[in-house]
Design a protein around this ligand. Structure first.
Ligand SMILES: NC(=O)c1ccc[n+]([C@@H]2O[C@H](COP(=O)([O-])OP(=O)(O)OC[C@H]3O[C@@H](n4cnc5c(N)ncnc54)[C@H](O)[C@@H]3O)[C@@H](O)[C@H]2O)c1
Length: 429
């Protein structure tokens, strides 16, 4: 299975905030203890433990895995019961990778809610450029002047800064990336360029426009070979299994640096295996569907043992909008998953049912870079963003198949793209 998302154990993802440590804030209990001496630490610890804001089910102040930069969650009484929404006046909004799968759906949601959206995408041929162009055409056809599409490279720092000068974005959502675990074994530099260099250009642009709230895609792949399940944002993420995962982890570290040095507000979102209409052809559900309807065998990696927390695109988009709507100027990380892992063979059965075909299965070993299981703990997103995935796998795959069988679908979406050959393209060589 590709574009899995994975990870690890014990220490925080990143160190504690120096600012927070200096001021002895609650998220940095350890620093306070060291700085204040035994007596003070006892008093502070007692105060901390008795604080209503750390007594919720998830807040365990003695837990060494607590991510110091995130801090304690609000108590249950303050938890949201409905998804957080973006205020009407927000915008314009920059969506990088807006012709990609997630970016397309997000842009659609934002424009349908009346926001002005600027899409930046380089339409590269990692997978079918035609699919990306057709998504862009859909956006413009439906929302006209509410969506501006720019064919450009996120790594072009000067152009990016002019774009920020011109639009004064209220939000920038970074979905542009070189995605995919397998391809990262073949073309590592494509990942370093798109995910590290280009992301840093974006951070620089936001540094110059610190009122822009940054939301960026991380990935469940940062959990690597983490054995603690479900995966929590509090867990260490020190064992990435692929270069793709390592670049996503670096995004979180880079964002923390910019938050600490320049006070930019940012939220990193760890998506768990997103699927749906207009999806990514390099992902298992899409290539399985294509092969199944053409009577071709599909590779069942790990002999069918892998489990994935498949998350429907509309639920992911609601989570992204929630993270955009947060008003705090904190550094945040959220898991956006479905909290319901499904075994690969069950997944194939559901797809067979929706497509009305029987799959030919080729059982093979795990692919390098892949992980056995992903499972998102979404409690943090639930409490702070009102995130609650509502789409079952049956329902989500039905919607995917409806698009896949519709006249909007073109066969070349499934057959074109460098992800198949593993070859490099243009500036990524
Ligand atoms: N889809 C998933 O299951 C999943 C899971 C975890 C994380 N993610 C992350 O979410 C984000 C969106 O994923 P997606 O599935 O929509 O991927 P996608 O490949 O469909 O979208 C990424 C888009 O970014 C564009 N892009 C790449 N490099 C660029 C550059 N230098 N300048 C401008 N545009 C560029 C691509 O052309 C593409 O349209 C990515 O960061 C991905 O790593 C996705």
């Amino acid at each position: 299975m590709s574009e899995v998302d994975e990870a690890s154990e014990r220490t925080p993802l990143t160190g504690g905030s120096p600012r927070a440590a200096a001021h002895g804030t609650r998220g940095t209990t350890g620093s306070v203890v060291l700085a204040g001496g035994v007596m003070l630490s006892v008093l502070l610890a007692a105060k901390y433990l008795s604080s209503p804001s750390v007594m919720g089910a998830e807040a365990r102040p003695t837990d060494p895995t607590i991510h110091a930069a995130i801090g304690p969650l609000p108590p249950l009484s303050e938890a949201r019961t409905a998804p957080l929404r973006l205020e009407r006046g927000a915008g314009p909004i920059l969506v990088t990778g807006g012709a990609g799968f997630v970016g397309f759906h997000l842009s659609q949601r934002l424009a349908s809610e009346g926001h002005q959206v600027v899409v930046l995408d380089d339409f590269n041929p990692y997978y079918s450029s035609q699919l990306k162009r057709d998504r862009a055409t859909q956006l413009q056809g439906k929302y006209g002047s509410r969506i501006e599409i720019i064919d450009g490279d996120l790594c072009d720092g000067a152009a990016l800064r002019s774009l920020f000068e011109k639009h004064r974005f209220s939000h920038a959502v970074n979905l542009a990336a070189q995605a995919g675990v397998r391809y990262s074994l073949q073309q590592p530099m494509a990942y370093v360029r798109a995910n590290v260099k280009c992301f840093t250009e974006l951070l620089e642009a936001v540094r110059l426009h610190p009122s822009t709230r940054l939301v960026y895609a991380s990935s469940s792949s940062v959990y690597g070979s983490n054995k603690l399940s479900p995966f929590s944002e509090r867990s260490r993420v020190d064992t990435p299994n692929s270069l793709y995962a390592a670049t996503k982890k670096s995004n979180e570290a880079f964002a923390l640096v910019y938050h600490q040095l320049y006070n930019i507000s940012c939220a990193g979102l760890r998506f768990f295996t997103v699927y749906g209409p207009w999806g990514r052809p390099d992902m298992a559900y899409f290539s399985f569907a294509h092969r199944m309807v053409h009577g071709l065998p599909i590779q069942v990696y790990g002999h069918g043992k892998p489990r994935r927390d498949f998350t429907y695109i509309d639920d992911i988009v609601t989570g992204i909008v929630g993270a955009m709507a947060l008003r705090t100027r904190r550094y945040e990380i959220f898991n956006l998953g479905n909290n319901e892992p499904v075994g690969l063979l069950d997944f194939i059965k559901t797809l067979e049912k929706e497509l009305g075909v029987v799959a030919k299965l080729n059982y093979t070993d795990m692919a390098p870079g892949d992980v056995l299981s992903t499972h998102a703990d979404v409690e943090r997103a639930r409490r702070l963003l009102g995130y609650k995935p509502t789409t079952s796998l049956n329902e989500g795959l039905r919607k995917f198949v409806a698009w896949f069988k519709s006249p909007l679908f073109k066969d070349e979406y499934a057959t074109d793209g460098l992800w198949k050959s593993g070859k490099a393209w243009g500036r990524y060589t």
